[in-house]
Design a protein around this ligand. Structure first.
Ligand code: CO
Length: 634
């Protein structure tokens, strides 16, 4: 494919060229491993002014690590001018994400460690081939022997019955190995005492099921005339919507330059970061609060999707290129899925007085990718609707964190039983989405609106009246907000310079779902590192350096960077190039039904036009009623 736009995802030759140029640079250390190759998105002004056939600026950010006791390196390479523009060492308390080589190192070192082996032998385990070891980020709770600038992982272990078995059925309870990856050494092994390894397997493959369900007839979704969208490279248009897509190593699936009827709405919309704090006292889990975005690099765990399984219908797929730790290309085919879905009725009215009885069907454009980070799988689904609604839906599935228990150690209030001798700890999944607005222009305002009951008065004698109140959020401190379902609280992004035909400024509202926020104690290290999850809403004026809700780099961080830091000067947001940050998710109380693999659980938010149009924008949808339906054949 040939490049068409400054925001097009990196091509394999571009990554290869960046690696080649960096390896020639004298600052590059032999023995470095690569973590990420990220397109350095050009300045907004360059992107907005870009015209077809203009020269396309291309810069690649290469992240990597080596044995230096700091945060690794970040090199910026101009692959048009063939030069390394900068080579920066990252800070010890905000390091680049882990890579696969470090994970494998931590696993290998753990298996070879004599103390670890001793703990395993105490549990009757002698065949190390069948071990399943999960390395977890060690940031926040760092072992005293691990020096600043060292990269550390903590490993917990499981035992398989065979190579293809699901190891999570058999936790090796109470054994935790602390690995200093920089030093290449296991620095400590915890053994909290033997708990018998559960006997039952937990296989979810079809061959392992005792009986296959019957009676499910085929559903075919066909579009004989093809889909209604058009694709040009990574640019998509559908029913007035226009946008670009890409995959970012940390942010996952990104929408760029989203507009409707040539009116801009969002410059960039994506996950910024996410955290999964565990609330159990079990030493296997009590310290866990992984940033799946910035510590593991969510985007790097993208799935290759399969037609008919992951996606059905008239599907258009997009491939993407990433880098492995060796500096070679990993190409993922079918990484992004694009298709249309029927979505029930858009609107309907039956007039029983002789007027029109009409109904129109709704449909949505689905842009999705699925990421597997260790035991969990996350689907990021953007939906665009015919009425101007934008929706983000996160689909959570996969396998829960798990402990082996006995009747004596069972602690149902913190870790409910999900199978015989297995309990899954309470935990949260909190996602922070960064929405970079350009609603009908460059400068926007932010309002909070809610409904207020009016006091009984002369004008409200029966106490029946309520009214909508709007508050202009003019400073960053005003915009640290929580949801409030009982007052119908929403946040409205407004363009005061653009009015609809009714004379009212155009707006979109952010409609949150029923969501918790971070439960950890405010003074805890979890609250410091994941401060973005302390509020459901944040707002900042645009700054190209502020993309990471917990800071740009978070491995071994101590909470110095991120939204709390960005907003410390309480900048003015009364009218600006506005960025909103929305934290949402769920507090997961595990159920037996979530075992051994979780039925999808959903969370997300909607962005809904408010006076962006002058009236229902879907009156022009043609009716789709036709004869020949099943019911007509009766
Ligand atoms: Co969960």
């Amino acid at each position: 494919m040939t490049l068409k736009h400054p925001l097009d995802p990196l091509e394999s030759q571009e990554i290869e060229k960046a690696v080649e140029l960096l390896k020639l640079d004298k600052r590059f250390n032999e023995g470095s491993t690569f973590i990420s190759a990220i397109l350095d998105e050009p300045d907004k002004s360059i992107v907005s002014d870009y015209k077809e056939n203009d020269p396309i600026p291309r810069k690649v950010k290469l992240l990597g690590s080596d044995k230096n006791p700091d945060g690794g390196f970040c090199a910026e390479i101009d692959i048009v001018k063939n030069q390394v523009i900068s080579y920066e060492r990252l800070k010890a308390n905000g390091q680049a994400p882990y890579n696969m080589e470090e994970m494998m190192t931590a696993i290998g070192l753990t298996i070879q460690n004599l103390e670890y082996q001793k703990a395993l032998k105490k549990r009757g385990i002698t065949d190390f081939e069948l071990l399943h070891i999960d390395p977890w980020p060690a940031g926040g709770f760092v072992h005293e022997t691990i020096k600043p600038g060292h990269r550390a992982l903590k490993c917990i272990s499981f035992l398989k019955e065979s190579i293809n078995d699901n190891g999570y059925a058999k936790p090796i309870q109470g054994v935790i190995s602390w690995v200093d990856v920089t030093l290449g050494k296991v620095v400590h092994v915890e053994d909290h005492g033997v708990v018998p390894i559960p006997k039952e397997h937990a296989r979810y493959d079809i061959e392992s099921q005792p009986k296959i369900r019957e009676g499910l007839k085929t559903i075919d979704i066909t579009q004989p005339n093809g889909p209604s969208f058009e694709v040009d490279g990574y640019h998509i248009s559908w029913q007035g919507w226009k946008f670009r897509i890409s995959i970012h190593d940390v942010h996952g699936l990104v929408l760029h330059e989203l507009s409707l009827n040539d009116r801009p709405i969002l410059y960039r919309a994506a996950l910024s970061d996410m955290v999964v704090p565990y609330g159990d006292s079990d030493p296997m889990h009590s310290w866990k609060h992984v940033f799946d975005g910035s510590e593991y690099g969510l985007g790097r765990f993208i799935n290759s999707l399969t037609l008919g399984c992951d996606c059905v219908g008239e599907i258009q797929y997009f491939d993407i290129n990433q880098i492995n730790w060796d500096g070679e290309i990993i190409k993922t085919e079918n990484a992004i899925c694009l298709h249309e879905e029927d979505y029930g009725i858009q609107w309907k009215h039956s007039d029983d007085r002789g007027g029109a009885s009409e109904v129109r069907r709704s449909r949505r454009l689905v842009i999705s990718s699925i990421f597997t980070v260790g035991n969990y799988d996350y689907g990021l689904f953007w939906y665009l609707y015919l009425d101007g609604t934008i929706q983000m839906e996160v689909k959570l599935t996969g396998i829960m964190g798990i402990s082996a228990i006995t009747e004596e150690t069972y602690n149902p209030s913190q870790a409910p039983k999900v199978a015989k001798n297995l309990a899954a700890p309470l935990h949260q999944h909190l996602f922070c989405f960064r929405l970079d607005w350009e609603l009908d222009g460059k400068e926007n305002q932010l309002f909070e609106t809610e409904i207020e009951l009016l006091p009984v008065s002369e004008d409200n004698p029966n106490g029946t009246q309520f009214s909508s109140v709007a508050k202009h959020l003019t400073k960053e401190s005003d915009a640290k907000r929580e949801i409030s379902a009982e007052t119908s609280r929403v946040w409205k992004v407004v363009n005061p310079d653009k009015k609809n035909s009714l004379g009212v400024p155009v707006a979109y509202k952010l409609l949150p779902g029923a969501t918790p926020k971070l439960l950890s104690n405010p003074d805890s290290i979890v609250s410091k590192r994941a401060a973005f999850a302390k509020h459901n809403l944040w707002a900042t004026p645009y700054n190209s350096e502020e993309l990471g809700a917990a800071g740009s780099y978070t491995v071994m961080s101590n909470g110095e960077s991120g939204l709390e830091d960005y907003t410390k000067n309480d900048r003015d947001i009364s009218k600006c190039d506005l960025v909103t940050w929305h934290t949402f998710g769920l507090s997961h109380v595990p159920r037996p039904e979530d075992w051994p693999v979780m039925p999808v659980e959903y969370c997300g938010f909607h962005l809904i036009p408010v006076g962006f149009f002058d009236k229902n924008p879907t009156l022009d949808i043609p009716p789709s009623c036709k004869t020949g339906n099943q019911s007509d054949k009766k």
